[in-house]
Design a protein around this ligand. Sequence first.
Ligand SMILES: Nc1ncnc2c1ncn2[C@@H]1O[C@H](COP(=O)(O)OP(=O)(O)OP(=O)(O)O)[C@@H](O)[C@H]1O
Length: 472
Amino acid sequence: MESCLESGTVTMKNQKILIAEDDDLNRSNLTELLNAEGYEIKAVDNGRKAMDAFVEDKYELVITDLKMPNGDGLELLKFVKDMNPDNIVIMMTGYGTVDSAVEAMKLGAFDYISKPMRNDLVTLTVNRALSYASLQEENVTLRDHLREQYDFGKMLGYSECMKTIFDTIEKVAKSDSTVIIYGESGTGKELVARAIHFNSNRNNFPLIPVNCGAIPEDLLESELFGHEKGAFTGAIRNRLGRFELAQGGSIFLDEIGDMSPALQVKVLRVIQEKQFERIGGVKTINADVRIIAATHQNLELAVTEKRFREDLFYRINVIPIHLPALRERGADIAILANHFLQKFAQSKKKEVTRFTPEAIACMLHYPWPGNVRELENLIEMLVVMKEDGEIKLEDLPSKIRQFKKETQSFKEYQIPEEGIDFNDVVYQFEKNILLKALAKTNGVKNRAAKLLNLNRTTLVEKLKRLNISSES
Ligand SMILES: Nc1ncnc2c1ncn2[C@@H]1O[C@H](COP(=O)(O)OP(=O)(O)OP(=O)(O)O)[C@@H](O)[C@H]1O
């Protein structure tokens, strides 16, 4: 990319700008103006088309009108920020109301331009926004470069909380301190443990995982510490335990909260004295092992309920890392979904290209009780079921489909400071629902009535009252 200095700001040419504006004249003026400035422009006339374009291509900047039919500016802003929180968005407002602009800024818009627009102000705002974007990109590239060095492997995350977690991993990896990772099942605790180990000074030695919740208690002790031949019935030869196998490296004690109190004492001794004996053995073995633990439980609560030893808790809770549930990091859902789509499309040799914006929006609102694992499994299933093309809302299982955007955007409906015309809003909402039902049933009123749980006569009366003809 070539860069040049213009009116005190750095302008990066060949950057792409997406414009969403329903006013034809404004749209073409803006396109001409910014084309002349050397930017590559894609201009569309509503929010929905802009969402489609945004999913398909990379745009350094999105400029959107606030009020548009079919996906307004705020909806587009939210969509862009969900897909990529770092993407810069500028709003255009014809209403000059500070309120809507303030709301847009709160939602992450970079700036706003009031209409009627002055060309010099437009170019100034756009150049400023893109200079900022370039600086931001430089920072991200630098950080990504550092991150690559630390080999975060397949672990993705663009949400603020995941960035904080990556920073923590970088810091703690080299420290050799005990780490405990808290998080619901499927949030990526094992991936974090791997990232810590493989970025630590112990990475030439193994990382040995043990799922303390999956191994029966009487076997777990021998799994961890090993046994001598004849230590118990069935111990026909000496066996190394996982602590010994992990010598020089790290041990990942997954679901440590499920460990019995008797074993908790033994693990405490390994941490305090760095020593242990095999079952039935007399020789004391030195343990040079870093402990990385994980649990989905609230260990503090387990301590107060006397299910977990307090002394062990303080020994392992040295560096706690809390992995948020997937539903708490909206920004990651779209990124992870696209990543898994590419991964499975490639491995299963399918031409499944992308998700429609509606499908993504719906996934953003589903609560994902099984977290990233559930998302990964779902996308594998969707790719298997599909031959090619895009994954649409209808392709999603019904438990996810019920979290369609309409429900949510209605929940999120904000009454502006200047108030609303109640009857008009309800009228628009009702009309919208009826039109959608008709579109979904190809205009067949019987089926539309069934879909809405109305009887046919009521539906027909409503259509008449709302002035909806079969053509519409
Ligand atoms: N940030 C992420 N980026 C990419 N893949 C991820 C991410 N987080 C989790 N995964 C994937 O999700 C799946 C579950 O992750 P993982 O096994 O680490 O979760 P967990 O919290 O340890 O689960 P459990 O507690 O059930 O053992 C894995 O296939 C993992 O590769």
